[in-house]
Design a protein around this ligand. Structure first.
Ligand code: APR
Length: 227
C-alpha cells in the first residue's frame, strides 16, 4: 500500500503563478482590506464592490497557469497516495493534474445561491447583481468568508490524522480553523514546510523540516528527494 501524504497549501503555492498572497502586503489583498471583500458584512455593505473584486480575481485566474510546484505534486502520486488540502480558491492544482484536491475555502470558478438550498453552479464569467439561481435568489461567490463555517474541515481533519507524511506549502498558518489542521497529524509524522518566510510559531510541536524557498523551487526539490 502506498504511503499517505497530505499536502496543505496556501496562497504562497500559487504566488509563482502570479497570484498575490494575502498577508505579504500589509494585510491588503490587491489593495483591499480583507474584511471589506472577504466577509459577509463586507458583502452586505458593498455587494457590488465585492462581486467586482471576485470578478477581477476570476479573470486573473483565467490568465495564469500552474507552476513547477503544482506540477511536482502530481509526480508525487507515482509513489504516494497524495491528498491535497488547499486554502486556495484557484484551480491550479486541478489544472496541473492532481487527482485528489479538497478546497477548504471554496472555489473561485463556482458560485452559489444566497438562500436555501444554496445551489452551487460552475461559473467562469463575471458575476453581477441580478444574477440569480433558479429560485430567483441572488448568487454570490462560492467562497468561505471570514466568520463563516468551513464545511470541509471535519473531512480535512480526518484525512490529516491518517497521513504518514505532511507537506505544508506557502501558508502563514494564521487563519483558523485551517491552521489547526497541523495538530491533527500523527505525533512524530515527518512534516516539511516549504515557504521563503516561514511562520513557525505554531509548528513547534511538529517533527519539522524547513525548506526556506519559493514553491516553484522548493516543492520540486522536496518531491525528488521523496521519490
Ligand atoms: N512560495 C511559497 N510560499 C510563499 C511564496 C512563494 N513564492 N511567496 C510567499 N509565500 C508565503 C509567505 O511567506 C506566507 O507564509 O506564503 C504565505 C502566504 O500567507 P498568507 O498570505 O497568509 O496566505 P494563506 O496562509 O493562504 O491565507 C489563509 O486567509 O485570507 C484568507 O481565506 C484566505 O485562504 C486564505 C487564508
Amino acid at each position: 500500500m502506498k504511503k499517505k501524504i497530505i499536502v496543505l497549501t496556501g496562497a504562497g503555492m500559487s504566488a509563482d503563478s502570479g497570484l498575490k498572497t494575502f498577508r505579504d502586503a500589509d494585510g491588503l489583498w490587491e489593495g483591499h482590506d480583507v474584511m471589506e471583500v472577504a466577509s459577509p458584512q463586507g458583502f452586505r455593505a458593498q455587494p457590488k464592490l465585492v462581486l467586482q473584486f471576485y470578478n477581477e480575481r476570476r479573470r486573473q485566474l483565467l490568465q495564469v497557469e500552474p507552476n513547477a510546484g503544482h506540477k511536482a505534486l502530481v509526480e508525487l502520486e507515482l509513489k504516494y497516495d497524495v491528498q491535497i488540502i488547499t486554502q486556495n480558491v484557484d484551480d491550479l492544482h486541478e489544472r496541473a493534474g492532481s487527482s485528489k484536491v479538497l478546497h477548504l475555502h471554496g472555489e473561485l470558478f463556482k458560485v452559489r445561491s444566497t438562500a436555501p438550498p444554496y445551489t452551487v453552479y460552475e461559473w467562469k464569467k463575471d458575476l453581477n447583481l441580478g444574477d440569480q439561481c433558479e429560485m430567483g435568489n441572488q448568487l454570490r461567490p462560492h467562497i468561505v468568508w471570514f466568520g463563516e463555517e468551513v464545511p470541509q474541515l471535519p473531512k480535512a481533519a480526518e484525512l490529516t490524522s491518517k497521513a504518514d507524511i505532511l507537506i505544508i506549502v506557502g501558508t502563514s498558518l494564521q487563519v483558523y480553523p485551517a491552521a489547526s489542521l497541523v495538530y491533527y497529524a500523527r505525533p512524530g509524522a515527518p512534516t516539511y514546510l516549504v515557504d521563503p518566510k516561514p511562520a513557525l510559531t505554531n509548528s513547534r510541536d511538529l517533527n519539522l523540516k524547513l525548506i526556506a524557498s519559493k514553491a516553484s523551487e522548493g516543492v520540486p526539490k522536496l518531491v525528488s528527494s521523496l521519490l
